[in-house]
Design a binder for this molecule. Structure first.
Ligand code: ATP
Ligand code: RIB
Length: 309
């Protein structure tokens, strides 16, 4: 059983279903509104846990009702929340999400307490990093804190996985302590300057990450699957053909699934492709269900659909 520690966000998602995402200046009507547990960090933690990993989170909520609800969701899934801190001032993170008829979304995140996690709290969380095999982070918490956690993780010989989402330019120092980077096409373009529309371009973007010190690159390509790139290979691992109804947390369920399956002691082309293929299975189920955390399948469900692996 892999031991995974996730530094990341916890958000309450406020989700409206729309026919089409409105254009600037346009007002539209929606018939449905729901509050759903989300946040990239929490979604990835839940996906790893539901797929069989032992998981802890380093995160921060506000002193409010959303925070209490979201923390209890993690606990229901038996994720360690000892290092989920409470901020005195900032409210728990929120995400405003519009989902259209074809299941695609537009998201605005109000980070709140997620960005308030500080050095002292990271120091208090070192034990969780020590206990983990794999440490995962995204861009919904402060970059300096991710750098601190990844440096510590590498000092301790852990595997680090960076999901650079939402897209932003960063200090390359973080890439030197990243073993596997998992961007989508847009994030890959923002960080490398290479537009990714096909496998050759994914390979080109992948090489830029490798030159900056990352060991392996997995670029997710939505319904096309994922490109896996290492020093001397680039392979497409195709997605499963399903009818997507809501792609929220597609990337998160993919990363959580991948981390639960990764042979972290000896990562190579074959076993990374295996883990990516498992990630594709997990996310193919998540995109057929509504919302973030409720859409993430348990290992039993993945096996029911795809058989043992
Ligand atoms: P999101 O931001 O919506 O969570 P993302 O942009 O981070 O997603 P994607 O590249 O869209 O990530 O998707 C991640 C993975 O989810 C893909 O590699 C694929 O395995 C799976 N996936 C996404 N969309 C579909 C789809 N329509 N059909 C099947 N699998 C899908
Ligand atoms: O990746 C999906 C997540 O992004 C949502 O749950 C939302 O909270 C935003 O963080």
């Amino acid at each position: 059983m892999n031991k995974v520690c996730v530094l990341g966000s916890i958000n309450m998602d406020l989700v409206v279903k729309v026919n089409e995402i409105p254009r600037i200046g346009e007002t539209i009507l929606s018939k449905s509104f729901e509050k759903i547990a989300g946040g990239k960090g929490a979604n990835q933690a839940i996906a790893a846990r539901r797929c069989g990993a032992e998981v802890s989170m380093i995160a921060k909520i506000g002193k409010d009702e959303n925070g209490k609800i979201l923390k209890s969701k993690l606990e229901e899934d038996k994720i360690s929340t000892e290092c989920v801190f409470e901020d005195e001032k900032e409210a728990t993170g929120m995400a405003f999400i519009m989902v259209n008829e074809s299941g695609n979304n537009s998201i605005v995140v109000v980070s709140g307490s997620n960005m308030a996690i500080n050095e002292e709290e990271i120091d208090t969380s070192i034990q969780k990093i020590k206990e983990a095999d794999i440490v995962i982070a995204q861009f919904e918490t402060a970059e300096e804190m991710t750098l601190k956690v990844f440096k510590k993780a590498k000092e301790l010989g852990k595997v680090t996985i960076l999901n650079p989402a939402p897209a932003k330019k960063i200090n390359d120092e973080l890439l030197k302590v990243t073993d596997i980077i998992v961007p989508n096409e847009t994030e890959a373009e923002v960080l490398t300057g290479v537009t990714v529309n096909n496998l050759d371009e994914a390979n080109e973007a992948g090489k830029v990450f490798l030159e900056k010190g990352v060991k392996f690159v997995v670029i997710t390509l939505g319904s096309k699957g994922a490109a896996v790139i290492g020093k001397d290979f680039c392979e497409l691992v195709p997605a499963y053909k399903v009818k997507a109804i809501d792609t929220t947390a597609a990337g998160d369920s993919f990363i959580g699934g991948l981390s639960s399956k990764l042979d972290f002691k000896n990562i190579n082309k074959e076993n990374l492709i295996d883990a990516v293929s498992f990630g594709n299975k997990v996310s193919s189920i998540a995109v057929q269900r509504k919302g973030a955390q409720p859409s993430i399948p348990y290992l039993k469900e993945v096996k029911e659909v795809y058989g043992d692996y």
